[in-house]
Ligand binder design. Structure first.
Ligand SMILES: CC(C)(COP(=O)(O)OP(=O)(O)OC[C@H]1O[C@@H](n2cnc3c(N)ncnc32)[C@H](O)[C@@H]1OP(=O)(O)O)[C@@H](O)C(=O)NCCC(=O)NCCS
Length: 180
């Protein structure tokens, strides 16, 4: 399944098996995983498993996180986009079967506004192309970067909840409130 979204500085497209080096650089980094349970991956086999998992989501659910490519360099920057969380295993804050927005970038690309820029395009795709009625977001309360991005793109804080003993913020944006 193919996706193609463009922003000023970025291309968002499907994650491909050829992104394995970038996906390994991303998910083997301790800093990236600081607020994600602290379990960075150890080898490229795990990076490939992650890519194949996302590929199955594209096929079965019609959506999954997008690869973020920097236009000026062609570099793989990380991923950003929507995920359909299905079933008990993916439940969060007592929600099941919901779409959330997320982002995970290689640290050398942090601080350039890329998470915000990619997420603005992602929200537009989610509401206008996929026609989702509501998009959720969640972040560790201590993950200032992630909370800032979610708020900047217009998601509204709803409540805090605990995920594996970590306090997290829960956000939502309804289609009817999008762009207001
Ligand atoms: C969270 C993450 C995606 C942010 O990416 P980014 O491209 O640096 O974010 P942006 O540049 O779009 O930042 C948007 C705003 O957040 C602020 N911000 C970002 N990271 C910050 C941090 N660590 N501390 C304080 N503010 C931060 C920026 O200053 C910016 O604010 P401004 O527009 O008012 O200047 C990135 O740090 C990351 O990949 N982290 C690891 C994975 C992760 O935690 N993902 C989220 C899981 S819920």
């Amino acid at each position: 399944m193919q996706f193609y979204l463009e922003t000023n500085r970025l291309i968002l497209r499907e994650i491909r098996e050829t992104d394995i080096d970038g996906m390994f650089e991303l998910d083997s980094n301790d800093k990236v995983h600081q607020y994600l349970g602290k379990h960075p991956i150890k080898n490229k086999k795990e990076a490939l498993e992650n890519i194949l998992f996302i590929g199955r989501q594209y096929k079965e659910l019609g959506i999954g996180r997008f690869a973020v490519i920097e236009k000026s360099s062609g570099d793989f920057v990380g991923w950003s986009g929507l995920k359909f969380n299905i079933g008990e295993k993916e439940a969060l804050n007592d929600f099941q079967n919901f779409v959330d927005i997320g982002f995970r970038l290689i640290p050398k690309y942090w601080g350039k506004g890329y998470a915000t820029e990619s997420s603005v395009a992602t929200l537009q795709y989610g509401f206008n192309t996929m026609n989702y009625p509501i998009i959720f977001g969640a972040a560790d309360v201590e993950n200032i970067g992630s909370n800032t991005v979610l708020q900047k793109i217009g998601l509204r804080f709803i409540n805090t909840f605990y995920f594996k003993q970590t306090e997290c913020n829960w956000y939502e944006l309804k289609k009817e409130d999008y762009g207001k």
